[in-house]
Design a protein around this ligand. Structure first.
Ligand code: MGD
Ligand code: MGD
Ligand code: MO
Length: 808
């Protein structure tokens, strides 16, 4: 979230699109209810289903799954052509006036530089035009035909309300009502917020959907202000912490990136990430990249990381390809993996194309499961009748189960969607043989290190030299790890000779501005610097005072970065530093400093007259409509159909089959053979969650199993009628990958959509059932889903695929 949960109460308009927060985030949804009750805020829901959030909305608009870019592109066109944009904001705080290279091109659904063989782009033309000093050229009059504003206007000119209706199935009047309601927030005194989750991300074009939403918010001047923002409502309680700590195959902690195989030299790696300002007098925070990176390497490798060895740069793996779940399952199924450690993850339940995963797991030599429960994955080799129809005698994989505790049985921190790190304390001892994940990992690490010590190996240095300064090496404590991710002054090289981190390290740092690039500071995650200072554990603070009543509780726990609650908050003020809306003030310029109810996202003594932009991480200092070379599909999002499309063509480019779907979506050749078409599988399906269950684990708890005992699918009255089914009948739902059988719930909440003149049915499939637990055994929903991923994140396309529904 750019903003935070409590801040939602400051909004005048709330758009929930690509999420169902009343159902999946019921506690946080309380702030939507507060905004409605106390501010008269309007709630808009755009969703294929009239869901639980829609049931309390002021305005609901249906949409076909996977078509949100068409819808949002239509909103962009509406805002531009009806002059419903916040002029001062877009002109000064975005790239509106910047000029783009003249060899940048877009035609018939493709950008310049596409290679159909590799399904990727040469992005070199996706760039601004620079002057002799290396600064971006701009045209404040906005008349230059290649300024970002003009390109944006031209790009979305075909996204008319009629086109939106035809692609999305959203009636034109509904669509225009949504536009009008959103447009009210273009005035500087109004705030609109955007809440999204998987309905946007789990598509082959998901990241670009999110970007289009952000573009709408920029046009409206809604980013950086109280009651505004682009707010990803995250999933598992600590999934925000997972990405913050870089637990993705190409990431390092704090959103630093791991080198790829073309970056064998430290200088090459560092210089491409040390970003010089692209406009005069911009902060361009990543000018400090070496300080962040060197401090990380000092935290990891201590005295083995020196200026002479480029801070142990050679210890870092250099990636050849992303190792996301789709890739991992692909490698397993090709027989290229020996073993797999599955920690807090129910692979066969949560990843697409169950048959492919079972095949892959069966080719492993060993599988380690770390989980408090007996999951479907731990018993993938067992026959559970129709629900898991395998032959155990054909599977040789050795499965080890290591029972873990759960979060309530240990101390630690959890990062919420608000970026708030909140410490929690152990509530009970783990039962039976269960041990904490830290114990298990500590035990595995020390044993592997012993093996390297004894036997050497091709390159033992990264393992042998890893800093492991915990009092009990077999069992690092959460507070030791927290001090490490915060970071400390490196007193002397010899500090690392003893093993007690707490007593031997220098002073704890109080913020990332103290990090240096000369090896004299260490920090395991620069954005967390400030969480555990000399004053102690900031995450354990519990002061909920809120001086001005807008929810800025700076004394409650600790938020990254720098305890700031609203990112880009300098954008809440005009160019003179005066708040656009004095009733929802976050920060302001008092003549000599930036002060206010939030930690300024800016240099505190930087006078507004000097012209520094509020988007301080971007080298241009402003927010981007034109994404330059950041996104794999191109600088402005384009509507492409889901990989399994009920149409079979892209209504924007009907004569160009090469752009029916996202031209850079992730599809392995073996998976391409498993894509269904609308002739065999005429209905569009989507999958989602229910309040009463948490994924695949609460079905083990009897009370939850009583609340939602059995697998069901939701279908429209028209579809039910056409296949002769009434509520309570069983239906067989098939895709190209397999089938499930479940109870039909016939409902008005899912309606028949008219797309390009033809009727399209949406089938709603909750994901919670499986063959383990206290609920009635069921099929895994991911028996049906395609192994296809987003072009940037590789997130699977769980939210849009083709099925056929029949009476069972
Ligand atoms: N009770 C409970 N709460 C949970 C979870 C749980 O399992 N149980 N899981 C947690 C996790 S890990 C996550 S990631 C979050 C997920 O939170 P959400 O993303 O809110 O949850 P979902 O139910 O997957 O999907 C949200 C909505 O997206 C809609 N949708 C599907 N396709 C599209 C589309 O193309 N466009 C639009 N606009 N909408 C679409 C669906 O109809 C659904 O209403 O929930 C978290 N909260
Ligand atoms: N079709 C479809 N598929 C989806 C989705 C969808 O919307 N549609 N959503 C996707 C999303 S967003 C998510 S997040 C995934 C969820 O997929 P998973 O994360 O695989 O699902 P969970 O059931 O939450 O599995 C978490 C496991 O962690 C265990 N666990 C709990 N606490 C601890 C602990 O402290 N230590 C360890 N080691 N284990 C613990 C639980 O017992 C559980 O078995 O599913 C994805 N799959
Ligand atoms: Mo999730």
């Amino acid at each position: 979230m750019t903003n935070h949960w409590v801040d939602i109460k400051n909004a005048d308009v709330i758009l929930v699109m690509g999420g169902n927060s009343a159902e999946a985030h019921p506690c946080g949804f309380k702030w939507v209810v507060e905004a409605k009750a106390h501010r008269g805020a309007k709630l808009i829901v755009v969703d294929p289903r009239f869901n639980r959030t829609a049931s309390v909305a002021d305005l609901y608009a249906p949409i076909r799954t996977g078509t949100d870019i068409a819808f949002l592109g239509g909103v962009i066109r509406y805002l531009l052509s009806n002059d419903k944009i916040q002029h001062e904001y877009v002109k000064n705080y975005t790239d509106f006036t910047f000029i783009v290279r003249d060899d940048f091109a877009f035609s018939n659904g493709l950008y310049s530089g596409y290679d159909s063989q590799t399904r990727s782009y040469d992005k070199s033309t996706w760039e601004y035009e620079f002057d002799a000093d290396g600064y971006v050229k701009s045209d404040p009059s906005l008349r230059h035909p290649r300024c970002v504003y003009q390109l944006l206007k031209a790009h979305y000119s075909s996204y008319t309300p009629e086109m939106v209706e035809s692609i999305c199935g959203t009636p034109k009047e509904k669509f225009l009502q949504v536009c009008e309601m959103l447009a009210t927030t273009s005035s500087p005194g109004k705030a609109g917020t955007l809440l999204y989750a998987l309905g946007w991300t789990q598509h082959s074009i998901g990241s670009q959907i999110v970007r289009t939403g952000a573009m709408v918010q920029l046009l409206l001047g809604n980013i950086g202000i109280a009651g505004g923002g682009v707010n990803a409502l995250r999933g598992h309680s600590n999934i925000q912490g997972l990405t913050d700590l870089g637990l993705l195959s190409q990431m390092l902690p704090g959103y630093l990136t791991l080198p790829n195989e073309s970056e064998q030299e430290y200088q090459k790696y560092a210089s491409s990430r040390t970003l010089k300002p692209l406009r005069p007098n911009q902060l361009s925070y990543y000018q400090h990249f070496p300080a962040l990176f060197v401090s990380l390497m000092k935290a990891w490798w201590g005295q083995a990381a020196t200026a002479e060895n480029d801070w142990a740069y050679s210890y870092l793996p250099k990636w050849d390809k992303p190792y996301d779940v789709l890739q991992v399952v692909e490698l397993m199924s090709q027989g290229k993996m020996t073993g797999y450690v599955c920690q807090g993850f129910n692979l066969i339940a949560s990843v697409p194309d169950k048959a492919k995963i079972i095949d892959g797991l069966g080719k492993l030599k060993w599988l380690v499961i770390m989980d408090p429960l007996a999951t479907e994955t731990s018993e993938f080799w067992k026959n559970y009748g129709p629900f898991n129809d395998v032959d155990p005698s054909s599977i040789q994989t050795e499965v080890f189960r290591l029972p873990t505790n759960c979060f309530a049985e240990e101390n630690g921190s959890v990062v919420s969607s608000s970026r708030v790190l909140q410490w929690h304390w152990k509530g009970a001892e783990p039962p039976g043989e269960a041990r904490s994940d830290l114990d298990i990992m500590g035990g595995i690490f020390t044993r592997i290190r012993d093996l390297y010590r004894k036997k050497g190996g091709a390159f033992p240095d990264p393992i042998l030299n890893l800093t492991w300064p915990y009092e009990d090496p077999e069992s690092p404590r959460p507070d030791e790890l927290a001090r490490e991710y915060n970071g400390w002054e490196v007193k002397a090289a010899s500090d690392y000779d003893t093993k007690k981190l707490v007593e031997t390290a220098g002073r704890q740092l109080s913020g990332f501005e103290q990090l240096r690039d000369d090896g004299s500071t260490a920090s395991g995650c620069w954005i967390f610097c400030g969480a555990w200072t000399e004053e102690g554990n900031q995450m354990g603070r519990r002061d909920n005072s809120d001086p001005t009543g807008i929810g800025q509780t700076l004394g409650w726990a600790w938020a990254w970065p720098a305890n700031r609650r609203v990112l880009y908050n300098r954008a809440s003020c005009d160019t003179d530093g005066k708040p656009f809306d004095p009733t929802r003030k976050l920060v302001q310029w008092n003549g000599s400093a930036w002060v206010g109810d939030d930690v300024p996202d800016y240099k505190v003594d930087e006078a507004p007259s000097l012209g520094m932009g509020p988007f301080v991480l971007n080298p241009e200092g402003v927010a981007r409509f034109f994404a330059r070379n950041e996104m794999n599909e191109g600088p402005f999002p384009v509507h492409y159909e889901p990989i399994e499309t009920p149409l079979g063509y892209n209504p924007l480019y009907p004569d160009h089959p090469n752009v029916t779907n996202n031209p850079v979506a992730r599809i392995f050749p073996s998976d391409r053979k498993k894509i269904g078409n609308a002739r065999d599988f005429p209905h569009t399906a989507t999958t989602y969650r229910l309040t009463e269950h948490f994924h695949f684990w609460t079905k083990h708890a009897r009370l939850n199993a009583i609340l939602q005992p059995e697998q069901f699918v939701e279908i429209s009255e028209e579809l039910a009628h056409s296949i002769g089914v009434v509520s309570g009948d069983r239906v067989k739902v098939s895709s190209f990958r397999g089938h499930i059988v479940a109870v039909a719930v016939v409902t008005k909440r899912i309606r028949t959509l008219t797309i390009e003149g033809k009727h399209v049915q949406t089938v709603g499939i909750p994901l919670h059932w499986g063959f383990k637990g206290a609920a009635k055994p069921g099929y895994l929903t991911n028996t049906l889903t395609p192994s296809v991923g987003d072009g940037n994140t590789q997130t699977p396309e769980f939210k849009s695929f083709l099925v056929k529904v029949e009476k069972a």
